[in-house]
Design a binder for this molecule. Sequence first.
Ligand SMILES: [Zn+2]
Length: 330
Amino acid sequence: MHTITTFPPYPWLQDVWIQLQAVRSSGQLPHAILFSGAEGLGKFELAQALAWSLLCKSPSESGQPCGQCSGCNLMAAGNHPDLTVIEPEDTGKAIKIDTIREFISREAITAHAGGYKPVLIRPADAMNQAAANSLLKTLEEPVSGTIMILISANPSRLPATIRSRCRQIPVIVPAAEVACEWLQTLKPESNAKVLLQTAAGSPLKALMMSDPERMELRQELLGEFCELLTLRQDPVVLAGRWLKQDLREILNWMCGWVIDILRLQVVPQPAIMINPDHRGRLLDVVRVIDTRRLFQALDHIYEARGYVDATLNDQMTLERLLLALVKSRR
Ligand SMILES: [Zn+2]
C-alpha cells in the first residue's frame, strides 16, 4: 500500500480519477464499482488510491489524502483494518467461496464506525461460481459504508448478475505520448516506443518488459518460435520448455508475433508493428506460412488466452497450440 505516492497513482489515470473524486465529493459513490481494462494499466493501484482517499479523514477536493490523520497513517503502514483486499491464495488460481464467506462474516460483526470500508477484489473474474453467488448476496444488501471495488481485465467472464450490480468504470489504454513520456522518465536508457508497442500500449507491462532479462527471454523465445515454424523445433519438447515460463505472457508475445507475420505477408514494411525490433526475423518465416491456417492458429492463441488461468492443463494447451502453429505452414 505504501507504494502509492501520488493521487492518481499514474498520470494517465488523471481523467478517471477526477471522475471518481467528483462522484465521491457529491456523496453519490455507488456501493459496487468495477474497474475494467487491459492488464498493466494500473487498475489495482487506482483502486488502492481510491480506497486511501476514502479512508483519509480530510482529503482535499481532488482526493489527495491529508497524510496526517490516523486513516492516512494506517494506510501508509499498510494495515488499515477497514480495508479488505480479496485475491486468490495463489496467483492464477480461483478466489474460493470460503474467502468470500469469511469476509462476509467479518463484515457482519465489525462495528461500523461511520466511515467507508473499501473492499478490493482482484481479479474479480477469479471468483468461481459459488464465490460469485455468495458475493452477490452482499451486493444485493449492501452494508452501509462498504464500497466494493472489483478489478478485472476480463469483465465478460464475470457473471452478468454481478456485472449489472456494479458501476463499470473502464480504464483505457493511455495516449501514446503520455505513456511514452512516463516510461522514458523512469527508464531513460530504454526504447520506450518499442516497449509500449510490444506491450500493446500498457505502460506497466512495458515497464516490466524494459527489464533486460525479459527482453532477452522474449528474443530467445521468438527465436524458438521461428524455428518451430521452420520445423527446427519439436512442438512437444518446446511446450515442455516454455511451460517453465509465464504462460500468459508467452501467449501475449505469440499473439504479437503472429499478428506481425500476418501484417508482413501483406507488405514487407508495415506502418505499424508490434515487434518492430524483430522485423527481420519475422520476415524470414513469412514465406513458409499459409495465411488462412495462421489465422486459425491465432484463433487458438486467443482461445488459450481466455482459459489459461482456468483449471485446464497448461501443458496440453500449449502443445495443441504449438501443433496448430506447425500446421499453419503452406
Ligand atoms: Zn488523512
